[in-house]
Design a protein around this ligand. Structure first.
Ligand code: SF4
Length: 343
């Protein structure tokens, strides 16, 4: 069996908080990501969901080394060689960037308003010296065509385009270096629902054509369901559940997943599912709660949850969760929204 494209082990990203006194020493850390392990297969989409502040964007960006990991391994299996990205020098990492790209959340602010569409799409090729002269234009036209952008648009500036068209420009920029792995960071969240579906379908078409692996980050489980083969659920810097998409929806094993699902509007009008109300805001990652980090908001919490960290265990093949009562809670699942067999 071939190795996964990416293997992440015990990834931690801590941001230091410095005191405001004269010496400015580090007093505390924001533990944005606190020990996550997972893999992504070649050609697979792994969905990553959680509320704002859960650490999901930091996971994506630290794999790309746009944010430096504090600890852990990020192994990229490139043509049979295992490369630990966390250990590469900045120079070595620059040479690696062509394999990995990021599609941003906000199609309005992520495109430089002073650059033409042609120059925006060409940027990774030029910055990494991957092509010169006519080949740049040829590859820009090819990437634009794959993203169903009218070639006449290439001379225009981004302000002339709608959100959906801008996101197509961002996708063309991501695919021009012919990457293997793309982090889609809330890439459809700012778009109308009908445009979201178009962009998701485009991402899936490109995956079928080029075999991309995606880490698809979103706060909305229904969006993730549409595109992902497996889904990881993140809370306060840690994974609480990871499962094949269908298993996660039909049979969630963690109360936080159940709560996220119950918040999907009209998941299935035939199933009555009262929203599970979570008390309060997500706690601060500077001082996460003891025991199970979810205990301050969990509707099923018991005394043990306040003191003992739940074990991350495999309940069914490929289905992991961290909850003391994983075998006794009967949580409500739902039919997958937009149920299609994702990759
Ligand atoms: Fe809720 Fe306790 Fe399970 Fe944590 S361990 S999710 S607090 S029941």
């Amino acid at each position: 069996m071939s190795k996964p494209l990416l293997e992440i082990k015990d990834l931690k990203v801590y941001f230091p908080i410095r005191s405001k006194n004269l010496f400015g020493g580090v007093t505390k850390y924001v533990k944005a990501v606190d020990g996550v392990s997972f893999h992504i297969e070649k050609g697979e989409t792994l969905g990553l969901v959680g509320e704002s502040g859960s650490g999901k964007t930091t996971v994506g960006r630290s794999i790309l080394r746009a944010i430096e990991p504090t600890e852990g391994q990020v192994t990229y299996n490139l043509d049979g060689d295992a490369v630990d990205l966390a250990k590469l020098s900045d120079k070595e990492m620059r040479g690696f960037r062509k394999y990995m790209q990021l599609i941003f959340q906000d199609p309005y602010s992520s495109l430089n308003p002073r650059m033409t569409v042609r120059d925006i799409i060409a940027e990774p090729l030029v910055a990494q010296n991957l092509a010169k002269g006519d080949e740049v234009d040829e590859r820009v036209r090819e990437a634009a065509a794959y993203c169903k952008l009218n070639l006449e648009y290439l001379r225009r500036f981004p302000h002339a385009f709608s959100g959906g068209q801008r996101q197509r420009i961002g996708i063309a920029r991501a695919l021009i270096s012919r990457p293997e792995f793309i982090v889609c960071d809330e890439s459809v969240s700012a778009l109308d629902v009908s445009i979201q579906a178009e962009i998701l379908n485009l991402l899936m078409d490109l995956q079928a054509e080029f075999g991309f692996s995606y880490l698809f980050i979103a706060h909305d489980l229904s969006v993730v369901a549409h595109i992902s083969k497996r889904v990881a659920v993140m809370y306060l810097g840690q994974f609480v559940e990871l499962a094949p998409t269908k298993d996660l929806f039909l049979s969630p094993k963690h109360p936080y997943t159940e709560a996220l699902m119950s918040a999907i509007p009209e998941v299935n009008p035939d199933i009555e599912m009262a929203p599970v109300h979570l008390e309060g805001e997500i706690p601060s990652p500077i001082n996460p709660p003891s025991g199970c980090r979810f205990h301050t908001r969990c509707p099923y919490t018991q005394d043990i949850c306040k003191t003992k960290i739940p074990e991350w265990k495999e309940i069914n093949p490929g289905h992991f969760a961290a909850c003391h009562f994983v075998d006794t809670l009967h949580l409500k699942g739902v039919e997958m929204p937009n149920s299609e067999d994702a990759n």
